[in-house]
Design a protein around this ligand. Structure first.
Ligand SMILES: Nc1ncnc2c1ncn2[C@@H]1O[C@H](COP(=O)(O)OP(=O)(O)OP(=O)(O)O)[C@@H](O)[C@H]1O
Ligand SMILES: [Mg+2]
Length: 349
């Protein structure tokens, strides 16, 4: 059984914005899944939906199986327990949400006292251990947030997320707003923690390069849907879906000087989730759209071993042999002529 198995997850905000549409994801313990896509494509909404943190009135359907238990149908008492001990989130911009008037040690200890029913002495000891785990001296427990740098505060947020020994960490843009050196340190720290504790990790970013470097698998979202999913390096270096290709081409490659001079911008804006285009929602911006694309919204289908993409032009390449079909891909139409996409692929990079 997977640590996390998300099935057909759909989220519609009260105003009618379909922010997440029929997403399937799976994650095993010790594995790292990256979630990428332009601003507004639904990454944070998806993360919040996993732990039922969305505003009331939001319609959420599908299944979120955490160790086989559906978070979406749990009683609230159970959801609260799961939020700390099952899966915890390091939120986007979280380092600004520490309470300015409390010592950081007390803020880390709070969930340990509450959810672990620890004694004050036990919680203090655990807090010191957590701080050391994230590379801060235990004595920093006495500091107030303003006495720490941005990077140190983000370490505190990670310590807080680890407080009740979760099985899954969801990190939503954990390094945005940090400088490149600190960003690298925090990413290495997260990787180390995941490896040492056999956690599952979902890392959200619009930066494909960071995700390709950190994660095992990568899912690219567009307008609330996963449009491509597969081994992280392969998706980054050789994306199949035209949107994922455009996104990855927007990042210069280390060791490939040509890519620095050929940033592939994508014309147009992402669609309004309350008024999505018909058919494939990417068709108005797609450089290789066919006449039929405004009518047909393709499901994710096999695009090579362990790879899936949602584009009518995508199928396994002739040299890749039989594809490892995933359950979500089963039942899809057989892949269409792979040569068609080869011809239609943009020439760079
Ligand atoms: N509370 C809300 N009510 C209505 N619509 C919302 C709400 N929160 C987000 N949305 C809309 O849902 C869509 C997805 O937003 P979301 O924050 O999940 O995107 P994101 O991929 O995390 O973007 P970013 O990279 O900027 O963080 C956007 O169009 C956004 O405007
Ligand atoms: Mg977000």
């Amino acid at each position: 059984m997977s640590l996390l198995d998300v099935r057909n997850l759909t989220v519609t905000y009260p105003g009618g914005a379909a922010a997440v549409r029929g997403v399937d994801l799976r994650l095993d313990a010790g594995r790292k899944l990256g979630l990428a896509g332009e601003s507004g494509c639904g990454k944070s909404t998806l993360a919040l939906a996993l732990l039922r943190l969305l505003p009331s009135g939001t319609r959420v359907t599908g299944e979120v199986l955490l160790d086989g238990e559906d978070v979406l149908t749990m009683k609230w008492g159970r959801v609260r327990a799961v939020r700390w001990a099952g899966a915890s989130v390091v939120f986007q911009g979280a380092m600004h949400s520490l309470n300015a008037v409390h010592r950081i040690g007390d803020q880390i200890a709070e969930p340990i006292l509450l959810h672990r029913k620890a004694t004050p002495a036990g919680a203090k000891k655990k807090t010191g251990e957590l701080l050391e785990q994230v590379g801060l001296p235990a004595a920093r427990a006495d500091a107030y947030p303003h006495e720490l740098s941005g990077g140190q505060r983000q370490r505190v947020m990670i310590a807080m997320a680890l407080a009740c020994d979760p099985r899954l960490i969801i990190a939503d843009e954990p390094t945005t707003a940090l400088d490149v050196m600190i960003q690298a340190q925090i990413l290495r720290l997260i990787e180390q923690l995941v490896a040492d504790q056999d956690l599952g990790l979902i890392m959200i970013s619009h930066d494909l390069a960071v995700l390709a470097d950190t994660c095992d698998r990568l899912a690219v979202m567009y307008a609330g849907r996963v449009v491509e999913e597969g081994p992280a390096r392969q998706v980054y270096e050789d994306a199949r879906h035209p949107y994922a290709r455009a996104l990855s081409a927007a990042f210069p490659r280390i060791g490939d000087p040509a890519s620095r001079f050929a940033p592939q911008g994508l014309a147009g804006d992402p669609p309004d989730p309350a008024a999505l285009p018909s058919g494939c929602t990417f068709h108005p911006r797609c450089p290789v759209a066919l006449e039929t694309c405004p009518e047909e919204d393709p499901a994710l289908r096999a695009a090579g071993p362990e790879r899936r993409a949602a584009c009518v032009l995508v199928g396994p390449r002739p040299d890749e042999g039989p594809s490892a079909e995933t359950p979500a891909a089963q039942g899809d139409r057989p892949a269409e002529d792979p040569e068609a996409l080869e011809e239609a692929r943009p020439s760079t990079p």
